[in-house]
Design a protein around this ligand. Structure first.
Ligand code: SF4
Length: 461
């Protein structure tokens, strides 16, 4: 696919035109454009409004600790030695956060899904994980069909922790693999031999986890398409239900620890596109369905079903088969989306904990979406989830701007990134175009220049 395009077009020219930075668009506008601290009581007012309408919420809980820093890390984490006191103190603050919510809201929030993310949620011991779930059950009500998912590091998670998570109701697990290549693992300061991952996967299967996701990352040091092919083959051999193949966001000016990576040994943008295409070919040839712009899933998995039925959703937790309209985020850096507004907890565990000690929430950013934000975000989500831009929605959302945008879409089509549907009612992202999805999405972003001025975004290739 790439070779064919290289012959008819100059790949350099395509990358020059369309390979520039773009936000991730899990939120719209991007968090770097949100305002400082929300007005006092805003989170509770919005939660009350959600609860008074009997609406369910999704719950995201951020566990902000890791025992070692991966040099590519783009997450909100604090590196700590594996001592119980960090987890204990964190759980005390988490209880305060839930107590504050409980005191101020009428009735218990009803939860339709729980996701533990990080950091590394399994930095907490099995006893601490059990205490955490008891806390949730004390302050929250769970829908009978609620789904529980957790992210973990295959290098450090123990069989007892996996057993505990399973007993606590977790059935979905995501393993941060990134790459099986030892050179890349050394370069990014993350080490997990293939046999170790195989052991974790087998343990999860034996315990009855119903969905196992692998996170892979391309664009890291020492990668090329031949080497990454081995990683994909090894992944396929372990039969994960889903794979997320993320493009590495190299932003050393924003995340100084990334300066420890050797930029010279990172693959050239041409090679990155080759890695993505090679991985796509292999996953597809083994029966995986490409989902959204960078995921793959077994055809029988609910993610593939949601994609096929145009029900796929994109949230702060990535692509999901279903989601509630509202999200309650707990823990440092966690984002809530309540009644049309984003509210972020302070990313610092100390600031978040101190604010809770003083009876506040420690929220440092917020944004109330306007109607225009919502319709533009819907258009962006439709592109990033189902790879389609429908003329009708384009005209309805963008009004007078639609004509100019259509000219731009034609330019993407000339470069093989989009193609016109046979019935001429929509534009579809091509297989070659999937890595450029966020660049296309920028056409619908009214904040794009402001966002790029305020904070750097990752390139798309
Ligand atoms: S395990 Fe994840 S969150 Fe922790 S340092 Fe590594 S990449 Fe960052």
């Amino acid at each position: 696919m790439i070779e064919a395009i290289t012959k008819s077009e100059d790949l350099d020219e395509i990358l020059k035109k369309h390979g520039h930075p773009a936000p991730r668009y899990v939120a719209y506008p991007s968090p770097n454009l949100w305002k400082d601290s929300p007005p006092s009581g805003e989170r509770i007012r919005r939660l009350r409004s959600v609860l008074s309408r009997g609406m369910s919420i999704d719950l995201y809980v951020h566990v902000p600790f890791c025992s070692r820093l991966c040099y590519y890390c783009g997450c909100n984490t604090e590196i700590r030695t594996q001592k119980p006191e960090y987890g204990d103190k964190y759980l005390i603050s988490l209880r305060k956060e839930l107590e504050r919510i409980n005191l101020c809201s009428e009735g218990m929030p009803r939860v339709s899904s729980v996701h533990l993310g990080g950091g590394t949620p399994t930095f907490l011991s099995e006893n601490q994980l059990t205490s955490m779930m008891s806390l949730f059950r004390e302050f929250l009500e769970f829908n009978p069909e609620a789904e529980f998912s957790v992210e973990t590091n295959p290098e450090t998670v123990t069989p007892i922790q996996l057993e505990t998570l399973r007993e606590l109701g977790f059935s979905r697990i995501s393993l941060g693999i990134q790459d099986f290549n030892r050179d890349t693992q050394w370069a990014i300061n993350r080490y997990h031999p293939y046999e170790r991952v195989r052991f974790v996967v087998e343990t999860c299967r034996n315990l009855g986890f119903t969905s196992i996701n692998f996170d892979l990352v391309y664009g890291l040091p020492m990668q090329n398409s031949q080497r990454f092919e081995r990683t994909v083959e090894k992944s396929i051999a372990l039969e994960p239900d889903r794979i997320a193949l993320y493009h590495f966001a190299f932003l050393p000016e924003k995340m100084p620890h990334q300066k420890r990576l050797d930029a010279e040994s990172m693959p050239h943008p041409h090679e990155k596109l080759r890695i993505f295409e090679t991985a796509t070919s292999l996953f597809v040839s083994e029966g995986y369905l490409p989902v959204g712009m960078d995921h793959f899933s077994k055809p029988e998995d609910s993610l593939a079903e949601a994609f096929k039925c145009n029900r796929l959703k994109r949230t702060f937790m990535g692509y999901v088969a279903k989601s509630a309209k509202n999200l309650l985020g707990l823990g440092p850096g966690a984002i809530s989306y309540l009644d049309g507004a984003y509210l972020r907890n302070s990313p610092s565990t100390i600031v978040w904990g101190n604010a809770l000690d003083k009876g506040g929430f420690g929220q440092d950013l917020w944004h109330e979406q306007t109607d225009e934000d919502r319709t533009r975000h819907a258009l962006i989500n439709e592109l990033l989830c189902h790879l389609v831009i429908r003329d009708k929605e384009l005209t309805e959302t963008m009004g007078a701007l639609a004509q100019g945008i259509t000219r731009e879409l034609k330019s993407f089509a000339r470069d093989g990134i989009l193609k016109r549907a046979e019935d001429s009612s929509s534009w579809n992202l091509t297989r070659f175009g999937r890595p450029f999805a966020r660049t296309v999405a920028r056409l619908f972003d009214s904040y794009k220049m402001e966002a790029l001025d305020r904070a750097p975004c990752s390139r798309v290739a």
